[in-house]
Write a protein of this length. Sequence first.
Length: 255
Amino acid sequence: MRSRRPLRLPAPYLKQVRLRPERVERWAEYPFSLPWLSGRDFEFRFSKPITIIVGENGTGKSTFLEAIARIIGFDEAGGGPGYAPVDHSSAVDVNGGRLAEAFAPSWLPRISAGWFFRAETFFSVARYLDQAAIEGLAAPPDFLSHSHGESFLRFFEERCTRQGIYIFDEPESALSPRRQIEFLKLLRRMERSTLCQVIMATHSPLLMAYPEAQFLTLSKDGFAEGDFTRTGHFRTMQAFFADPEGFMAEAFEEE
């Protein structure tokens, strides 16, 4: 069987998602109760190969990524095409599937390859891949014999070098600052290949500083383009590094 050749059109492949209000039955129920969907005219355009989304907990970042994953054809709890072990989807609360059904995507071209990485389900993913390789009598990737951070990076390097769309939900969860720099280098290789579209949500100022990405903040008012140095994440860490003792004293005074 001949291997499929990569399509030569460069990323991004998923160009836009647009809400179709007529597909929503109950606006008062989550995820349609999210404030940034209340206008009922929501649309999101992907303008660059790498899109970075930043926002506080509860703004709907993960739900949005879940919806994008379902549109591509991934399990909304994480994984790639065809990956759906029986105990996987129950590992995390997911709501993006309902949102995906209300989204109308625009593609050029349509791509179904790639991976949806979620820190919460990483070990069920790694265990599944190790076992599948063993049962196939092939050398297993052996992700689980490494430290948490090393397993993450090895997984990224193993899975994220081919043409496709790659979704990362807080990949910094198990990465030290030095390992985050290694991850940034991987992002650069993916971007330079022109074959990878990356959509990432993060709380890490290191990762959100990736140059020339499409950078957006998500709040109750919706998505807005901006500068990572103006985010609360960056300013909080900036204040800490400028005066760690004073920062901690002020934080405890608020207790």
